[in-house]
Design a protein around this ligand. Structure first.
Ligand SMILES: Nc1ncnc2c1ncn2[C@@H]1O[C@H](COP(=O)(O)OP(=O)(O)O)[C@@H](O)[C@H]1O
Ligand SMILES: [Mg+2]
Length: 211
C-alpha cells in the first residue's frame, strides 16, 4: 500500500480517461436506488466484499455519512473483495489518499480535512478518474462538483451503536451495471444460503439484509 498527501498522483494504471464533469444534480436523472440494512460491522464489511468482487474497473464509489457511520469499514470490505489482505485498509483521514493494488487498482480517498474545492482539486483527485482505477471517496458529498457523472453514491446512516443502513444510488451506466450486479449477487447469496438456514438464522448478524 502507498499513501500520499501531495498533489501529484502516481501514473494511472491504464489510459482511456473517464471524463470528470460536474456531478449530475440530484433529481435531474433517475438514479437506480437500493437500500440495505447492515446489522453489524461484519455485515458492512460483507457488503463491501460483494462490491469488491463485483467491480469490473473504473468505478467511482462516492461514500458519505457522519463520522463513525462505517465508510472505512465498507472500504475495508471492498479491498478484501478485490483480493487484498484483511486489515490492510486504514483510514486515510490524515494522508488523504491510499493506493492499493489488488485485482484492480483501488484509490481510497478521505476528503474530511479539506476545506474548499481548491484544496480538493490540489490533491489531484480527478486524475484518478480514468482507466480501470476504482476510487472510493469518503466524504464525497463535500465536493460533489469534483465527482464524475458516472458514480455509485453510498450513503451510510448511523442508527444504533451497531446498526447502519446503506443507501446506494447509481448515476450513469457503469454505476447502474454495478448496482444490478450487486443485487444479483445478494439474491444469489440468499438463494444458496436458504436451504441451510432456518428463518431465524437467515436474519442473524453478519449478513447484509436487503430490500
Ligand atoms: N453496522 C456497522 N457497520 C460499520 N461499522 C460499524 C457497525 N457497527 C458498529 N460499527 C463500528 O463503527 C465504527 C465505524 O468506523 P469507520 O468505518 O471508521 O467510520 P467512518 O469511516 O464512517 O468514520 C467502527 O468502530 C465499527 O466497529
Ligand atoms: Mg473513515
Amino acid at each position: 500500500m502507498r499513501s500520499r498527501t501531495s498533489a501529484q498522483p502516481s501514473q494511472p494504471a491504464t489510459a482511456s480517461p473517464r471524463k470528470a464533469r460536474a456531478a449530475t444534480p440530484p433529481g435531474s436523472a433517475s438514479p437506480a436506488l437500493w437500500t440495505v440494512a447492515l446489522p453489524s460491522r461484519a455485515a458492512t464489511e460483507s457488503l463491501g466484499r460483494i462490491i469488491g468482487q463485483s467491480l469490473t474497473g473504473g468505478e467511482t464509489l462516492a461514500l458519505s455519512g457522519e463520522l463513525g457511520a462505517g465508510k472505512t469499514a465498507l472500504v475495508r470490505g471492498i479491498a478484501i473483495g478485490l483480493g487484498m489482505p484483511a486489515n490492510h485498509v486504514t483510514s486515510p483521514t490524515f494522508v488523504l489518499i491510499h493506493e492499493y493494488e489488488g485485482r484492480l487498482p483501488l484509490i481510497h480517498v478521505d476528503l474530511y480535512r479539506l476545506r474548499n474545492v481548491a484544496e480538493a482539486e490540489g490533491i489531484g483527485l480527478q486524475e484518478y478518474f480514468q482507466g480501470n482505477i476504482v476510487t472510493a471517496i469518503e466524504w464525497a458529498d463535500k465536493f460533489p462538483k469534483l465527482l464524475p457523472d458516472d458514480r455509485l453514491e453510498l450513503t451510510l446512516q448511523h442508527h444504533t451503536a451497531t446498526t447502519r443502513t446503506a443507501r446506494m444510488m447509481a448515476y450513469g451506466p457503469r454505476a447502474c451495471t454495478l448496482l444490478t450486479t450487486l443485487q444479483q449477487a445478494a439474491r444469489q447469496r440468499r438463494r444458496t444460503a436458504a436451504p441451510r438456514s432456518s428463518p431465524a438464522r437467515a436474519t442473524r448478524k453478519g449478513r447484509p439484509r436487503t430490500s
